[in-house]
Design a protein around this ligand. Structure first.
Ligand SMILES: [Zn+2]
Length: 98
């Protein structure tokens, strides 16, 4: 199984713990949906794509579809303001505030 690297999303700079700010690795099946939150502190994280040439700097990396993430049991939050996140789908609180 491949090992994926995750790091806290830059937009959540005011959040995170040592685990996700420094980045961490998860061994996951190729078809598993990426983690959306740090397993230790819950800060939003994104998968870091390893590539020998970074040809996509400044580009938007396409993530998994919302429906596939929801089907896999993930909860997704979108930033709705400074330090607040609104739930798109899944279980848990409607909004997160830090
Ligand atoms: Zn964390």
């Amino acid at each position: 199984m491949p090992t994926y690297t995750y790091q806290r999303v830059p937009e959540a700079a005011e959040h995170g713990c040592e685990h996700c700010v420094a980045g961490f690795e998860e061994v996951q099946p190729m078809k598993a949906a990426p983690l959306a939150a740090c397993p230790k502190c819950g800060a939003p994280v994104q998968r870091v794509i390893h590539a020998p040439m970074l040809g996509n700097i400044g580009g938007k990396l396409k993530g998994p579809s919302a429906s596939s993430m929801e089907a896999a049991g993930f909860t997704r939050f979108s930033r709705s303001g400074k330090g607040t996140y609104r739930k798109d789908f899944g279980t848990g609180p409607k909004e997160l505030g830090f």
